[in-house]
Write a protein that binds this ligand. Structure first.
Ligand SMILES: Nc1ncnc2c1ncn2[C@@H]1O[C@H](COP(=O)(O)OP(=O)(O)OP(=O)(O)O)[C@@H](O)[C@H]1O
Length: 251
């Protein structure tokens, strides 16, 4: 399988504080990769560095190499806008825009210059179907997205990302604000989407990582302790710290 990201000797600092220490990792195409580890270990910081969302944090600084396919994404000439189109992101708290369901999903394509109503309608319908939301909203796409339930809002945010035709979807604890039924819908959706997309998910929920991911990366205090097939991490980890974490001895 092709490599989507190659990360070499990567360090991340917030001012003087080092949050990630010498990370080396390869992320493969069309796999689900889960990042696990105790609070503050750097999972979200690492996720955000993959589409340069850390650029928005004033004193964040990155050293080392992050390659997306053949390109160094921190190269001065690299096009960050196109990176964020290809590498979309879904956040912990559903964050629909205060506008209609349709306009939420059409927002990105419109900003890319698509104005034709028929084309936009097709994009919106396809994205809502892919996000397993269409059946619930097909008769009210003109209504405010704020009226949807939390789980529906999160699937809408996934549809909004899909409408940009990404290759990778980064998810930062996408179910932590949801109830178990809404969580299961998102997990089913991730399972479906991995046929076509590369998915990287930060989760606090180890059962969730075990259920949905192909590979799992365990982080501790800014270091990548172990990265392997999910079945290996959860049944036969090589490092003692991983074993302690997955058996609930800390974190
Ligand atoms: N904007 C920021 N400015 C300064 N320090 C930050 C910032 N964001 C994160 N940090 C610090 O970097 C370290 C890693 O944080 P990060 O949020 O990446 O960890 P995490 O594993 O995702 O934690 P959690 O699971 O609690 O979200 C922490 O010590 C945190 O305090």
């Amino acid at each position: 399988m092709k490599k989507t990201f190659i990360i070499e000797n990567m360090n991340l600092y917030y001012g003087n504080k080092q949050a990630l220490i010498n990370i080396n990792m390869e992320i493969k195409e069309k796999e689900v990769t889960a990042f696990i580890g105790p609070s503050g270990c750097g999972k979200s910081s690492f996720l955000r560095s993959l589409n340069r969302m850390n650029d928005l944090i004033e004193d964040a600084r990155i050293e080392g190499l992050i390659k997306y396919h053949d390109d160094d994404i921190y190269d001065k000439k690299f096009d960050v806008i196109s990176l964020r189109t290809k590498v979309g992101m879904v956040f912990q708290k559903p964050n629909p825009f205060p506008m209609s369901i349709f306009d939420n999903v059409a927002y990105g394509p419109r900003r890319q210059g698509i104005k034709n109503k028929k084309v936009l309608t097709e994009i919106v319908e396809k994205a809502l179907k892919q996000a397993a939301l269409w059946e619930e909203v097909s008769d009210r796409t003109h209504e405010s997205a704020m009226k949807l339930s939390g789980g529906q809002q999160q699937r809408l945010c996934i549809a909004r990302t899909l409408a940009m035709n990404p290759e990778v979807i980064l998810m930062d604890e996408p179910t932590s604000a949801l109830d178990p039924i809404a969580t299961q819908k998102i997990e089913d959706l991730i399972n479906d989407l991995k046929k076509d997309y590369t998915i990287i998910i930060v989760t606090h929920n180890m059962q969730q990582a075990a259920r949905i991911s192909d590979k799992t990366a365990f982080f501790l205090l800014g270091e990548l302790i172990e990265f392997d097939e999910t079945s290996v991490i959860f049944s036969n980890p090589k490092k003692e710290q991983t074993e302690s974490y997955i058996t609930g001895r800390f974190g």
